[in-house]
Design a protein around this ligand. Sequence first.
Ligand code: SF4
Length: 472
Amino acid sequence: MTTFLGMPTPAPRGVGNLRGDEPFPAAARKALGNAQLRRNLGHATTTIRAKSGSVIGELPDWQELRTAGSALKADTMARLPELLLQLEEKVTAAGGVVHWAADANEANRIVTELVRATGQDRVIKVKSMATQEIGLNEALEAAGIEPVETDLAELIVQLGHDRPSHILVPAIHRNRAEIREIFLREMPGVDPALTDEPVILAGAARRYLRETFLRTKVAVSGANFAVAETGTLAVLESEGNGRMCLTLPETLITVMGIEKLVPTWQDLEVFLQLLPRASTGERMNPYTSMWTGVTPGDGPQNFHLVLLDNGRTAVLADEVGRQALHCIRCSACLNVCPVYERTGGHAYGSVYPGPIGAVLSPQLTGVEDNASLPYASSLCGACFDACPVKIDIPSILVHLRNEVPHPRTERAVMASAAYTMDHPKLYAAAQHAAKLSKLAGRRLPPPLNGWTAGRDLPEPPPETFRDWWAKR
Ligand code: SF4
């Protein structure tokens, strides 16, 4: 039997969380007006950066590990069809069932039907970007099934009827007073005398979640990695909630993007060193759960793996942009990005924020649906330096900027600049005019004033190279 995933198509509209309601500049302007958000973000990203930098500095072979991670991902993408078939064969042989989902609608339908077949009306969830991407919670709720997030930050986001704003710390935009308010308002059975001490808040969440773990028979997870040669799935988390979800229920349904593969068990060695140091700044991940199909009498007795495309084969078809599929969702690029640090994640409109979101979301949806995101960057290159699998995000940003027509004014300015530079006399006259423009101030007149709305016009040098050369 052969598997045909279909022609590469973008993620469908009207479902999931890959498209925002407004372009990035408009959303960013609103976010910049929120001083509390900027304080929370500044504090959190500075702390994570320092922690991560210190443990990365302990490894003399960090650069070699990054190179190995990059090479392994490039190899995986080059052999993706055969590796996916190998994974399907191994998972099936170990007692699991593999489902292929071309897009978000299909994945939501598959998971909803699987939960319905169990007769249950509630699922517990391990934090999963893929299920957020496809809007699974909304689809389950529409079918009368209650999804309960069990990662503390995801729980805060869910109870607050909010959206995640960071890959790793989804409630990074909330402070503890706000979290206390949310718990008091939304958490069943919470102590009315709850304070905003972190340990008290964590205790309240623990009590609520333990009770939910013990009375729920179906779990939905994502996966950080899948090993093609053995059919093993891996989830990395740091609270132990994932371990409970992956072991206690009778049925486990895992939704995984098709790019999460690694060819061999040994390849995990590289990524299990890269991911915790780059993401949470830990030497080793606190809870790494791995499972292969079904083990009789131990853990979930029904295991389903939903392999999700939702635009990924379209990304793979782009020779420059396909690097974005190497991402291991560590969030290091977010924590070093000067744009993300000021706007936060909501401004990106997609479940994938920050530099990786600026290149992944437009590719998954088709660039025209997220045309402003490739411009949500200063192209400073900090994301490239921080990325543990060496994704050249700045190059992809520039590549994507050229995928849709530039604004008419910009095209006209560039065409006249090219013509001027091609004609020496005209160019000398333009330089002379630039000197005179000093008198006009640091802003451009309409219709070019958009360029200087958020930056000053560079001051022309007192002497041009031509003047200097002519004197000699
Ligand atoms: S692009 Fe690189 S740095 Fe950013 S989340 Fe992905 S792996 Fe981490």
